[in-house]
Design a protein around this ligand. Structure first.
Ligand SMILES: [Zn+2]
Length: 380
């Protein structure tokens, strides 16, 4: 069997789709008009990802406001915000280029998702000829909707976390039930939790262990057979071609991250300075028995923030090197991150989102070909 390979989830939204989102936010077009544009972008994403030869595809998250906010708002500007939320929550992240992304703030209970990932997947599956994966957001990220200090009157933090875990479990179960072959949980806040950025108070609260425990409260509701296809994605962020936590040493994150009882991990690595050190850390800390499932490490071999397209032999070389440290039966390949986790993304290093989209499919093609080469070299 060749090495497994899959993408994280998102693709840059075409400029026409981003213009339609802005027009919808201004009240100039109806939701049906926006939905038609989203459908077009999803169909194009699936067709072009299938053409790369990838064994499993996604719809590029073209309907989602972002990887983190799809359950709670229709657009990133806040049109269609879910009940009991207002726009002025805490920063999720401040990126290295100075821009930031902000979360809504919970004002009361109960907390409920208004959109589940399966709502999108059900529309996209009929467009696909190959198996599809679905990314979902981690409960740890959405736990930041609750104010950092104090309690909301009439809705305790513990009740919120109980509701959040129920909604996150439903999100995953419904994605599998709709037909997702694999479901990966986006956990970009894991590495950021170890950053201690004084401009962003939650990062200084040593919340990583709490995040791991919260996510396991959901992951442990799934059987070992289900968890084989339930993954975790870690990265230092990827928005506007910038990152938020690449300066955090992976040694701060990986020993804790592999305590989550997921069956596979999509790990940013192509843009790391010292890749062999990280391969070694993965080999040391990933488990061959995480409560009944072996943990497969999909190492990042493609950098979505750079317009330079990796060659298949660069991809193969990285994987052959990784196999020195990670058992090859527990090794896979991925991209470092989604290509555009937020719906509004200029992709400045690329020049435009449309160009970045073309580049993304070239990069995925290189990953797929590189995986074939590495699989031959590793005699898989
Ligand atoms: Zn990511």
């Amino acid at each position: 069997m060749p090495l497994p390979t899959e993408n994280v989830g998102s693709l840059p939204r075409p400029a026409t789709l981003q213009a339609a989102i802005a027009a919808y936010d201004r009240g100039e077009i109806a939701f049906a008009d926006l939905a038609a544009e989203q459908d077009r972008a999803c169909r194009d994403s699936i067709e072009r990802m299938e053409a790369t030869g990838a064994p499993i595809v996604s719809d590029g998250e073209q309907r989602a406001s972002s990887f983190a906010t799809y359950p709670i708002t229709d657009t990133l500007a806040g049109t269609g915000l879910a009940d009991n939320l207002v726009g002025d929550g805490q920063y999720f992240a401040i990126f290295d280029d100075g821009h930031h992304r902000q979360l809504p703030r919970l004002t009361g209970g109960p907390f409920r998702y208004k959109t589940f990932a399966s709502d999108y997947l059900e529309k996209s599956l009929p467009m696909a000829n190959k198996p599809m994966k679905q990314a979902v957001i981690a409960p740890s990220m959405l736990s930041l909707l609750y104010p950092l200090d104090g309690e909301i009157d009439g809705y305790s933090r513990e009740q919120f976390l109980a509701d959040l875990c129920d909604e996150a479990e439903k999100d995953i179960r419904q994605a599998f039930a709709a037909g997702a072959t694999r479901v990966s949980i986006d956990f970009t806040e894991g590495r950021l939790a170890a950053k201690n950025d004084p401009r962003n108070p939650w990062t200084g609260r040593a919340m990583l262990q709490h995040f791991i425990e919260l996510n396991n409260r959901v992951i442990d509701r799934f059987s070992a057979d289900e968890r084989v296809n339930l993954g975790i994605h870690t990265c230092p962020g990827g928005d506007m071609d910038s990152v938020h936590s690449a300066d955090v040493d992976y040694a701060e994150l990986l020993p804790s991250m592999f305590k989550m009882n997921a069956g596979y991990f999509l790990i940013q690595l192509a843009s790391e300075q010292d890749k062999e050190r990280v391969y070694r850390l993965i080999g040391e800390h990933s488990r061959d028995d995480a409560d009944g499932v072996p943990q497969v490490a999909f190492v990042g071999v493609i950098d979505p923030l750079s317009p330079t397209v990796e060659t298949p032999s660069q991809v193969a070389d990285a994987l052959v090197t990784a196999a020195k440290y990670i058992p090859k039966e527990r090794l896979g390949a991925t991209d470092d991150c989604g290509f555009s986790p937020f719906s509004i993304d200029d992709k400045p290093k690329h020049g435009s989102p449309d160009f970045a989209r073309d580049v993304a499919f070239q990069k995925i093609t290189s990953r797929v070909r590189g995986v074939e080469q590495a699989s031959e070299q590793l005699q898989l």
